[in-house]
Design a protein around this ligand. Structure first.
Ligand SMILES: [Zn+2]
Length: 108
C-alpha cells in the first residue's frame, strides 16, 4: 500500500542534505524526479469531536397535572452538527476523525 508524502517537505529535506554535496545537474534531477511522482488521490484528514448533550425534555402532563420529563442523551459532531446516538470513531456525515478532546454540554 503506498504511503502519502508531501512533495515540498521531501524536496526541502533532500535539499538540506544534498545542497552542498551535489552538482546543479543532480539537484535538477532530484527536483524532476519529485515533480514527476504521481499524486495520490487523498483528502486531508478533518479532526473533530463528539459533543455529548444530555438533559430532560418536557414530554407532557400526567393525570395529576404534573409535568412529565424524559431523559435524553445524544452526541453532536463539532464539525458539521450531525446528531448521533453512537460515538463512532468517524462522523458518518462529514467524515471527521473524532480524535480531539471531548466536551460535555448540558442542555435543557
Ligand atoms: Zn460531522
Amino acid at each position: 500500500m503506498p504511503e502519502c508524502i508531501n512533495k515540498e517537505e521531501l524536496r526541502s529535506k533532500l535539499m538540506e542534505i544534498v545542497e552542498n554535496m551535489c552538482t546543479d545537474f543532480v539537484i535538477s534531477a532530484i527536483n524532476k524526479c519529485i515533480d514527476n511522482l504521481p499524486v495520490a488521490d487523498v483528502a486531508p484528514v478533518k479532526h473533530g469531536m463528539w459533543i455529548e448533550v444530555e438533559g430532560d425534555k418536557l414530554v407532557g402532563i400526567d393525570s395529576n397535572g404534573k409535568d412529565m420529563y424524559r431523559y435524553y442523551r445524544y452526541n453532536i459532531c463539532a464539525k458539521c452538527g450531525r446528531r448521533s446516538a453512537i460515538k463512532s470513531n468517524f462522523c458518518p456525515n462529514c467524515g471527521a476523525k473524532m480524535d480531539l478532546e471531548e466536551e460535555k454540554n448540558k442542555r435543557d
